[in-house]
Design a protein around this ligand. Structure first.
Ligand SMILES: Cc1cc2nc3c(=O)[nH]c(=O)nc-3n(C[C@H](O)[C@H](O)[C@H](O)COP(=O)(O)OP(=O)(O)OC[C@H]3O[C@@H](n4cnc5c(N)ncnc54)[C@H](O)[C@@H]3O)c2cc1C
Length: 337
């Protein structure tokens, strides 16, 4: 185990924020992970678990150990003619895993193509896109308790998945290191083309019949058009969750703003945060070194030299203005460190 000191995290977070870790290490096995956890425990240091850094906002230098999970590997643990259970190391790149599944003819994750980050972080906020969430293909995961270094299995129920939410964002927050995730994928895929312009785009790209590759290519194409590439412009994808409001609140807003979109969700109505931010006049607004993306108002961007606190300030100002105008509370999707 190699421990680095005073380590810049600039290239390890997609906002490109230049904060430092007092100590940094990357672990590639359960043994190395336990060794690193013991080391920090002996020193009484807090530990931050890092994957691909595509859903974190670094607001300060971190006076502890930043531990990057680099556990790799893929293994089929069970299969029949219809399904396959595949266990994947938490440090594997998510999109590489999606590509691998497609190459094997396994369906279930193709709609989640091109989401940045690692396999281990995917269950934490129950990543989702184009009508599919990880909970739809999740079987179980193996995690290490940060305090006791004990290994635990979490099944679907224990993860208590919700919209961009799970046990690991609530009661289990900062308590576990996810090491392996097992997915149940289908050998007879059913394509989910209902969301947005997936089907049209598939045809535009020359695919006559749906296939895993066709769906993945269409979704990747749409995502590249819509979202800024973090390699060129620092961002962490959607900064806010889509708020869920009561049906009464929705009706009263709809009377005032007839174009307000809404989708029934959990007994209330889910409304697009992007629409609210756009109507609030924030789309494309520059705020010094940070700002709101010109095509996708849900994405806050760092033009290069921005600080985490600038992004916090901008996000709070946006939230306050949305609260004032619509009476709706925006909740951050990105984890603040
Ligand atoms: C351009 C862009 C587009 C995006 N699009 C989407 C989208 O469509 N849908 C979506 O849901 N998300 C999207 N995201 C957000 C992000 O990709 C996901 O949240 C992703 O799962 C984060 O993975 P990561 O490895 O980068 O996690 P990190 O940013 O490294 O970590 C995120 C959180 O998970 C914790 N964590 C990470 N790994 C582990 C582990 N092994 N064990 C325990 N805790 C861990 C961290 O402590 C942190 O709290 C997007 C981000 C970007 C930049």
């Amino acid at each position: 185990m190699q421990i680095r000191e005073n380590f810049s995290l600039r290239h390890l977070n997609t906002f490109g924020l230049d904060q430092r870790a007092r100590f940094f290490t990357e672990v590639h096995s359960l043994e190395q992970l336990k060794e690193a956890l013991n080391w920090s425990k002996e020193k009484g240091l807090p530990v931050w678990i890092l994957g691909g850094g595509s859903n974190v906002l670094l607001t300060k230098d971190l006076e502890g150990l930043v531990l990057k999970v680099g556990i790799k590997g893929r293994e089929v643990i069970e299969e029949n003619e219809l399904e396959v259970l595949v266990t994947v190391g938490a440090g594997e790149n998510w999109h590489e895993f999606v590509r691998f599944a497609i190459s094997q003819g396994w369906g279930g994750v193709e709609n989640l193509s091109l989401i940045p980050g690692t396999v281990g972080a995917a269950p934490i906020q129950n990543i989702g896109a184009y009508g599919v969430e990880i909970k739809d293909v999740f079987h179980r995961l193996e995690a290490i308790d940060k305090d006791s270094a004990e290994s635990l299995i979490f099944d679907h129920e224990a993860c208590a998945f919700g919209y961009r939410d799970s046990f690991f964002k609530r009661e289990g927050r900062n308590r576990y290191v996810i090491c392996y995730v097992t997915f149940k994928l289908s050998k007879t895929p059913v394509y989910n083309l209902s969301y947005g312009t997936v089907e049209e785009t598939m045809h535009e790209l020359g695919h006559v019949e749906p296939s895993l590759i066709a769906v993945s290519e269409a979704i990747s194409f749409i995502r590249r058009q819509k979202l800024p590439d973090p390699a060129k412009l620092g961002n962490a994808g959607s900064f806010f969750k889509n708020p869920v409001i009561t049906s009464q609140h929705y009706q009263s807003l709809k009377e005032k703003y007839p174009t307000l979109p809404g989708f029934p969700f959990d007994g209330g109505m889910k409304i697009p945060a992007a629409w609210l931010i756009d109507q609030g006049g924030w789309k494309g607004k520059r705020w010094g070194t940070v700002g709101v993306h010109e095509r996708q108002p849900l994405v806050l961007v760092n033009y290069g030299s921005g600080k985490g606190r600038d992004i916090v300030h901008l996000s709070q100002t946006i939230s306050n203005s949305i609260k004032e105008k619509f009476g709706v509370l925006l909740e951050a999707e990105v984890n603040h460190w």
